[in-house]
Design a protein around this ligand. Sequence first.
Ligand SMILES: NC(=O)c1ccc[n+]([C@@H]2O[C@H](COP(=O)([O-])OP(=O)(O)OC[C@H]3O[C@@H](n4cnc5c(N)ncnc54)[C@H](OP(=O)(O)O)[C@@H]3O)[C@@H](O)[C@H]2O)c1
Length: 331
Amino acid sequence: MGITNKKWILKSRPKGLVEQSNFELIEENLPDIEEDQVLIQTEYLSVDPTQRMWLTDVPGYLPPIQIDEVIRSGGMGRIIQSKNEKFKEGDLVNGFVGWQTHQISDGKGYRIVPELLPIPTMLNVLGLTGVTAYFGLLDIGQPKEGETVLVSGAAGATGSVVAQIAKIKGCNVIGIAGGDEKCEWLNNCGLDHVIDYKNSNARKELQKIATSGIDIYFDNVGGPLLEAVLFQINLNARIVICGSISNYASEEMPVGPRNLSALIIQRARMEGFLVLDYLDRMDEAIQELSKWLMEGKIQHREDIQEGIENCPETLNRLFTGQNLGKQILKI
Ligand SMILES: NC(=O)c1ccc[n+]([C@@H]2O[C@H](COP(=O)([O-])OP(=O)(O)OC[C@H]3O[C@@H](n4cnc5c(N)ncnc54)[C@H](OP(=O)(O)O)[C@@H]3O)[C@@H](O)[C@H]2O)c1
């Protein structure tokens, strides 16, 4: 009996949060695999804010997903049949599995992953968001002991790892996140201060807390918060532009920070970066992150939803802030 693949394809481009009607869940019967091919069964999807950008028709660092194409998504899958000498049945593989239950592939773009930890942890701290945190903070931010590091989206997958690496490096760390539960978790992770931006005025709180200024701002959200932070940066500050989630689902062109002159006054550097440029250095990051995990220096949370039918709703959780830690969907 052939295998049936269930897959989500794009039917229309969303405005704001995604809706079921922007997609269609279809079933297809897969043929038998041929020489050099493998059959992969998706086990877990990594649900990432950048997927919302791929749903627009604006060219980015990867091409937009086209109408009728399967939704691109990173994740982990299992090789369940193989006629490719590089893979054997049972191998766990990481790559762009997509919003689908199965696929036939030539294996290109897939990496076999040793199963040393639970898969959700590997997708989180040891996955692309952990690696993003590692290189974004250490390569672009270049923290020094005693400096003040501010992180937005601090209870998220990337932000929570950034904040804890900054603590490991001996920095004074302030996290910004939305809601009591997230802030409490961040306090338990050892951050020096936490600001609940949904229940306070973040700019005023920053003025009270960051009395000696901000040396590094690791920005995951963009928007008005970036402007508020620029008022408080120190001489030679580094602003690491990692993400801008406040703009991804917006139809409006965002209003830029009006106070960029702060960069001149403080001889500060603002720099964007992309984790995909660091793929050849992944092992370095994973080794160090694994060590910190084993030593208990990095706490982590995974928010695991379930079921292929829940792909669209799970993507929205990132934009409504429902996720605590890394958003994952178990297939
Ligand atoms: N440059 C790169 O290579 C790279 C790689 C990976 C990720 N990223 C970026 O890193 C950022 C975090 O990604 P992630 O995967 O770790 O997601 P995440 O932080 O785990 O989840 C997204 C979080 O963003 C916050 N958020 C949503 N809308 C917001 C808004 N309008 N204003 C302020 N905060 C908002 C929510 O937290 P609250 O409840 O606290 O608001 C939500 O939980 C994203 O911008 C992503 O695009 C960049």
